[in-house]
Design a protein around this ligand. Structure first.
Ligand SMILES: [Zn+2]
Length: 119
């Protein structure tokens, strides 16, 4: 990326002069770098976050002592992918005191412990 030293407008690398004031454009490494940094800093959910989100959902959805079919699709509204949900489901279920009775790539049947769960 190139930047005009006069008006700070950004231009593509192949351009040489600012179209607004005619000033010769300079390469702007900092803009390119900060863009890359911003991309890298985008909050990506850690495994721990994913597990917490799913566990939360399970606690809200499944009553104690109840068995329920959990579809993964509504969970994708929490910015989780089906693969992430499927991968971390067992750990999340454990956290939410749920026993996984049956599980596919898109849904699971869980039973939530009725009493106090001792890990
Ligand atoms: Zn300019």
């Amino acid at each position: 990326m190139k930047r005009c030293p006069q008006c700070s407008a950004n231009y593509a690398d192949l351009l040489s002069f600012c179209s607004l004031d005619g000033a010769p454009l300079q390469h702007d490494e900092s803009a390119t770098k900060s863009e890359a940094t911003t991309r890298r800093m985008e909050p990506e959910m850690s495994a721990q976050d994913i597990i917490m989100e799913i566990a939360d959902h399970l606690r809200k959805t499944v009553d104690r002592g109840e068995q329920a079919l959990i579809r993964f699709e509504p969970l994708t509204g929490l910015k989780l992918t089906m693969a992430q949900i499927s991968e971390h489901f067992e750990a999340a279920a454990l956290k939410a005191e749920c026993e996984v009775i049956d599980k596919t790539d898109t849904r699971a049947t869980v039973r939530r412990a009725s009493g106090i769960y001792i890990a």
